[in-house]
Design a binder for this molecule. Sequence first.
Ligand SMILES: *Cc1c(COP(=O)(O)O)cnc(C)c1O
Length: 399
Amino acid sequence: MNNVKKTLKIYLDNNATTPIHPEVIREMENALEFTYGNPSTLYSIGKEAKAKLEEARTRVASIIGAKSEEIVFTGGGTEANNLAIFGICKAYRNKGNHIITSKIEHDSVWNTCKSLERDGIDITYLPVDSYGMVDPEELKKAIRPDTIIISIMHSNNETGTIQPVNDMARIAKDGGIPFHTDAVQSIGKIKVNVEDLGVNLLSIASHKIYGPKGIGALYIRKGTRIQPILFGGHQEKGYRPGTENVPGIVGFGKAAEIADKNIETEGLAFLRDHLYNALKEKIERIRLNGHPTKRLPNTLNVSIEFVEGEGMVLALDDLGISVGTGSACATATLEPSYVLAAMGVPPQIAHCTLRFSLGRDTTDGDIDYIIEVMPEMVKKMRGFSPLYKEYLRRRKETV
Ligand SMILES: *Cc1c(COP(=O)(O)O)cnc(C)c1O
């Protein structure tokens, strides 16, 4: 077993983060060593750094169909979400006091809204259906004359469910309300275009697309009124002051360029569906969380009744397989996922959840190996579950 652990590494937690692409590493190494100038300076070493920065901006803009001047680099997806929501609130505070979001947002939107709520802003958290989908009609009903921003994620990090963002952005536009979407999980996995979507603001994170961590971007549509939340120099047109993280930005730009060329959904979805179908055949009482079709091609979120998700993660780790539970944050607290709760999944089932998120390195062999080892592992773990024994006894009685 130890041997297996040493030699085998199957990484299926790409929604938590992705391994950095080798070509990105090369560009970053180059930037770290040679592009050390401060982009705000006038001499050629500084201008070189500035040119690299702008090249990266064009690459990031291109992946979402934006103009490069609409991209502001931030310190990651979390900061992009904070800038979008706090920044709009600051610009619109005299217009109103109401924000609309959903019950399934990432912590970086959820806790931003919670913080504003403590400051006296009204927040409407839209519900979702059992697939984790927000209903645009519910959004329409929630809009008030004093609504200043709507923030609904593009796709969910836990379940992969893709929201009808263009319908909702249209509703927002009709009401003259800025619309923000956290598209961190969608970029690089499915086509995302800001013109098709009609959003005002959109968040991206580099480390979810095989780039470095700690760098991201906020798309700000031309004409959107927004205030900075950090203060300092004039970098990023004052929206995000501080000397730019040039190597990070260069790496992000390269990752965006590669991702733009390699959006490949069918192969991943095929492998993912093969995994689910095979597990379903061999493991009873397993259920899919998320929309059956309107879902990221790489994401498979399942509940396997009578086995704790955390226990499965550790047992799979012993077999050289890395997967997620509900979400990284839920893991730290051992609270059942609020996303699954919003979808109506009972807590005892939500606790039995695993998230497989496939990536560019995932092979047929990886999936076959999981299909081979997992049913046996689940069987063993269920052997320790009094609830499972009870279930078996009851089932025998009813047969
Ligand atoms: C990972 C993630 C974020 C946070 O991005 P960081 O760069 O890690 O701060 C935000 N939203 C979603 C949906 C994510 O998956």
